[in-house]
Structure formats: C-alpha cells, structure tokens
Design a protein around this ligand. Structure first.
Ligand SMILES: Cc1ncc(C[n+]2csc(CCOP(=O)(O)OP(=O)(O)O)c2C)c(N)n1
Ligand SMILES: CC(=O)[C@@H](O)[C@H](O)COP(=O)(O)O
Ligand SMILES: [Mg+2]
Length: 609
C-alpha cells in the first residue's frame, strides 16, 4: 500500500485491492484536511471528489486519455494521484504548487483557466481532434460540477456533443447540489429529480431526463463515494462508444465534520492559518463587507434597487442585502452573461440593478455590457470585487482586465475608490445615475484607513500638494497608498509630487487635464493591466487637450502572472513605491538637463542611482 508521496501516477492505483482503495481514500482525506487547513484553498470541493478521482484514474489511462476538470479548483486529489503530494506545503504559494491544473506541473493537467463552464467545450474540441487524427483509442472525460453546469457555455457544448452520437465523450456531472450555496434554478431541480431515480449501480440506465432527451446516454445517479459503483459506471461509459453523461452524487466537504456541517459553503475555500508566531492582527473590514453594508442601507432607501449574483451571493457581499430584501435579490447561477442582460431587462423595466461579480468574471460578459446595457444607456451598476491583482488563485483570477475592457464602452462610467469612505460615496453616486451604466471596482482583502483629501479640483481629490510641480501622480483606487509612499521617496530627493485620486476614472475628469498642464510629468498608477487601462486613457486625453507634460503609466504587465500573493503580482510588475520612485526619478533627471532654478541638483543616493 503506497504512501501518498510514493504515488508517482495512476498506474500505482490499478493494482490496489478494494480495501486498499478505501484506505487510500481515507489517507487522502486526512492529508487534505491537514495540508489545506494550513495553506488555505478549496478544501470542501476536493473532499467531495476523493473517490471519484480515484475511480477516474483507475478506469481511464491519463495522460493518454484526457481528464478535464471544469473550473479546476477540485483537482487536489488529481494532483496527489499524479505524483504531486510532496508539493502541498507550497500550495498556492509563488513558485509552489498551483491550486488549479497547471501544464508546467504535469502532463496529466489540461485546462489552466479557472473560469467555470468551459470544460465541455474543451472536451468537444479534443474529441474532434482525436477523431480527425484517427486516435480513436483515446478517451476524453470532462468532469463538471452542478454549479458549472448552470453556465451557458456548458449547454452550447452539450448541444454539439449530443449531436455527434458517433463520437465517444464522457461527461461526468459531479453533483453535490452546491456551488457555494445550494445551486439554484430549473436545472438544479431537474438534477434533484434525477437523484431520486433508480441507481445506475444496478447496471441499468437511469430515468429518462434532460440529457437523454438531448440524445446523450445517461448513466446514473451513481453514488459518488462508492468506488466500486463509480468504476462500474465509468467502465460502462468508457465502452459505450457514444457521448454519455455519468451523473455522480457527491457531498462537498465529505469526511470532515466541520465542513459537512457548514451550511454557508461547506468549506468551499478556506483561508490559510496565520503562522503561529504571527501577531494577532486587528481585523479591518474587507472591501466586500463595506460594500455589502452600504448596499443593504441603500436597499432600504431605494425600493428600485435589485441585486444580482452569479452563484456568489456571500463572496460578493450581497448577504445582508438578501437578508433584508430577499424579494429583490436574484442568484442566476454561474451565468454572468445572463446576469448582465437580465439586469438590462430589469433596468428597462424601471428598476436599478446592482450586479455584483468578481472583476475577472465580467470578462465573459463584455458583449452583454456593451450591447445589452450600454447601447441602451441602461442604469445598471456593476460592482466588481477582486479587482486588480488577487494572486492566490492564479492567472485567470486576477481582476486585471476590467479597466481596460471598460474603456471601450461608450457612456459607461467607472469609479475606483481608494478606501471605505470613497467606496460608500462611489456606490451612492453610481446608483444615482439613471441614464448610463456605472461600475465600482475594488480589490480583494481589507480596506486600509481612510485617506482624506486636502482639496479637490474638477472632480479630482488632491491627496498631496507639491511645492514644485515636477510630477502629477495619479492614483487609481487602492494604489493611493503606494503613490503617497512614492511621493515621500521622491520628495526626499528634491522632486515635487502632487498626488491625486480622480475617484471616477472614466470618463477622464477635467480636473486631471487642468492639473496635468501645471506639471512637467504626469504618471498614473493602477492595479489593472497597463495596456489600455486608465493610464492610457489619461495619456490620450492629455494629448487630445494639448498638454505637453511627459506621461508615464504604471500597471500590471500584459502577461498571465503566476499564482502567488497579491504583493508578488504587484511587485512583479513594478507596482511598488520604490520601483515607481526610481523610474520617475530617472525620467525626471533625463528631462531636467539644466539644473533647476533655486534647487540643488539631485543628491547622491538619489533613487535614480
Ligand atoms: C465564470 C466563473 N464564475 C464564477 C466562478 C467562481 N466559482 C468558482 S467555483 C464556483 C462554484 C462551482 O460549483 P460547482 O461547479 O458545482 O463545483 P463544486 O465547487 O461544487 O465542486 C464558483 C461560482 C468561476 N470560477 N468562474
Ligand atoms: C474557484 C473560484 O473561482 C473561487 O472559489 C475563487 O477561488 C474564490 O476566490 P476568493 O477566495 O478570492 O473568494
Ligand atoms: Mg457543486
């Protein structure tokens, strides 16, 4: 019986007896609880797929057979069984094991994008590729959760998969009845009805249902914790020679009582335990908490406000609004495109929807924002949490594209608050707009202390006035703190920096143009991709208005940053006060060929050195 760190790949599983497999499952559960409790990560989803993953790797021959995981947050067991148990002390750490499939880690990993509802489309493409290349002996298996199955792409794929009755493809529905909270909608009800059908382990097909009506074979429901039943159903599916759905019933958090009893989200994602020696930090409210509290208040003041979530009610801070205004709260499933256009419908019906998403997930609903909301100047407010670098969840979770994508949307206005006070203010200003879509975006984590404005100019908060107008430093949102630190560094070397926060970054406020004309250089700093972001828009606006100041923009490099802490991602793109100060000092020094009147030349030890 191998120990977990002795497992090098699925071949090590196939000789195990039934009793040994049961013992292996128990070992894996103990391992997951011990490791993930310490590192943080998706404990509940992975506890739910222990037996399923063992059965998949005993029946199919990965990596020749391809096993795809939708969203990928439930692949810790897959990683253990493909020789990566030793890496779990570094889970989600920079340079360590990714919390999602990662092709650089293993040939067994295929999909690195952790946006839900994509696996069936990848599988459809892979199956077609193998058919065209004559690789008819390779199975394609896609594991998709009941939550991810509420995403529209999954049904676009099933529409195609079901039509190709000659092309084998195995769809494993990992039905634990939950996304974070219980999965909602007609599909969830249908899966529940199928759950009560006769069990596939009796060797016969389950009741006719949606999948069979579509033309797919259906095996299920199968007990997702009975390895023998799973292997029997998966073996049948492998041999069926046509597209087939294997409907597995699993329990999120299985085998860890605190997770089993957690009604909120069954330990969907647990936070890392603080190091024993770490001083107890006074918890400051999260950006999400500040938003959620303010929206609940607004909901009492504005009966036309409705809130929409894409299966993430609590994570996006809508719980308080939902408790107080349940009739005005809608969970549409993991269906951001539908969420956005449904919001347009609500707005056309006379209400003011607030759509709360993680910033990165808005990407897939860009056309809906552009054509269904903005074209109609619909008063929809988008609240984008996890905007900017998030880090832990890898490249597809950083909210680094919204400020660039949204620059393209005519009439849409974007606010990037710098602290709790400006978040509350921005939210109120946003829902007061009744003839255009608005966006309020903020990062993951706790809000800092409020940063007061000394003054304002044309819609721009002035946070620091310079004695000599060398640099106008434009802080976007939470980067205000970094910009004030940068100003201190530069001031120590004789450069004058005015730090401003426009609060509303789209359209570019007139105050920035006015202030830009007073400075030799304008620099923008944003927690968003640098390409096409706020900095680019400011540079273009200054140019269009004849400003002669040099412009320097700082943002996240156009890349897919590896997983790691938020600070790692920001530092990786030079978004630190030290790097920004040094860069600006060098550029100012280059600009300043003639010694400045009345001021000493840059001192030795200058950031430029
Ligand atoms: C497009 C998109 N929206 C939201 C999320 C956030 N998210 C990650 S996992 C998850 C729930 C997934 O539920 P399910 O597919 O049933 O998997 P389970 O966690 O139950 O195993 C959500 C909403 C995401 N990854 N992608
Ligand atoms: C897999 C997924 O998309 C979410 O579970 C995500 O990992 C949550 O991120 P937070 O932990 O920042 O809420
Ligand atoms: Mg689920």
């Amino acid at each position: 019986m191998p120990q977990l760190d002795e497992i090098t790949g699925p071949a090590d599983l196939r000789a195990l007896s039934g009793a040994e497999v049961t013992e292996l499952a128990a070992m894996i559960r103990r391992f997951l609880v011990e490791k993930v409790t310490r590192t943080g990560g998706h404990l509940g989803p992975n506890l739910g797929v222990v037996e399923l993953t063992i059965a998949l790797h005993r029946v199919f021959d990965s990596p020749r057979d391809r096993i795809l995981w939708d969203t990928g947050h439930q692949t810790y067991v897959h990683k253990i069984l493909t020789g990566r148990a030793a890496g779990f002390d570094t889970l989600r750490r920079r340079g360590g094991l990714s919390g999602y499939p990662c092709r650089a880690e293993s040939a067994h990993d295929v999909i690195e994008n952790s946006h839900a509802s994509t696996a069936l489309s990848y599988a459809d493409g892979l199956a077609k590729a193998y058919e065209i290349q004559g690789s008819t002996d390779r199975s394609v298996v896609a594991v998709i959760g009941d939550g991810a199955l509420t995403g529209g792409m999954a049904w676009e794929a099933l529409n195609n998969i079901a039509a190709a009755k000659h092309r084998p493809l195995v769809v494993v529905v990992n039905d634990n009845g939950r996304s974070y909270a219980p999965t909602v909608g007609g599909l969830a009800d249908h899966l529940a009805a199928l759950r009560t059908g006769p069990r596939a382990d009796a060797g016969h097909l389950g009741p006719r249902g949606l999948f069979e009506e579509l033309g797919l074979a259906y095996l299920g429901p199968v007990d997702g914790h009975d390895i023998e039943a799973l292997e029997s159903a998966l073996t049948r599916a492998k041999r069926l020679g046509r597209p087939v759905v294997v409907h597995c019933l699993t329990e999120k958090g299985r085998g860890h009582r605190p997770a089993e009893q957690d009604e909120a989200d069954r330990f969907h994602a647990v936070r890392a335990q603080p190091a024993a020696a770490a001083p107890a930090r006074r918890e400051r409210p999260s950006w999400t908490d500040v938003f959620g509290a303010e929206l609940a208040e607004l909901g009492a003041e504005r009966p036309d406000l409705v809130a929409i979530t894409a299966a993430m009610l609590a994570p996006t801070g809508l719980s308080r609004f939902a408790e107080r205004h349940p009739e005005r709260t809608f969970d549409v499933g993991i269906a951001e495109q539908h969420a956005v256009t449904s919001a347009a419908g609500l707005a056309l019906g006379g209400l003011h929807p607030v759509v709360a998403l993680y910033a990165t997930f808005l990407n897939r609903a860009f056309d809906q924002v552009l054509m269904d909301v903005a074209l109609h100047r619909a008063p929809v407010t988008f609240v984008l949490d996890r905007a900017g670098a998030t880090g832990d969840d890898g490249p597809s979770h950083n909210g680094m594209w919204d400020l660039s994508l949204l620059q393209l949307v005519p009439g849409l206005r974007v606010a990037a608050p710098r602290d709790g006070a400006t978040l509350r203010r921005a939210l109120r200003e946003a829902v007061a707009v009744d003839d255009a879509p608005t966006v309020v975006r903020f990062p993951k984590g706790s809000v800092g202390e409020d940063i007061p404005a000394l003054d304002s100019c044309g819609g721009v908060d002035i946070l620091r006035r310079a004695e000599h107008p060398d640099v106008l430093l434009v802080a976007v949102g939470t980067m205000a703190t970094t910009c004030l630190e940068t100003a201190d560094l530069l001031a120590g070397h004789g450069f004058g920096v005015t730090v401003v926060d426009p609060r509303w970054v789209k359209p570019v406020p007139s105050g920035l143009l006015e202030l830009g004309r007073e400075h030799r250089m304008v620099a923008t700093v944003e927690d968003n991709g640098r390409v096409g972001g706020v900095g680019a828009a400011v540079a273009q606006a200054l140019c269009d208005h004849g400003a002669t100041a040099a412009v320097r923009t700082f943002g996240i490099a156009q890349d897919f940053p590896d997983h790691g802490a938020r600070g790692d991602v920001l530092a990786g793109s030079g978004l630190t006060s030290r790097h920004i100060a040094r860069t600006l000092a060098e550029e100012l020094a280059a600009l300043d060929a003639v010694p400045r009147q009345g001021r000493p030349a840059p001192a030795a030890g200058h950031p430029a050195h």
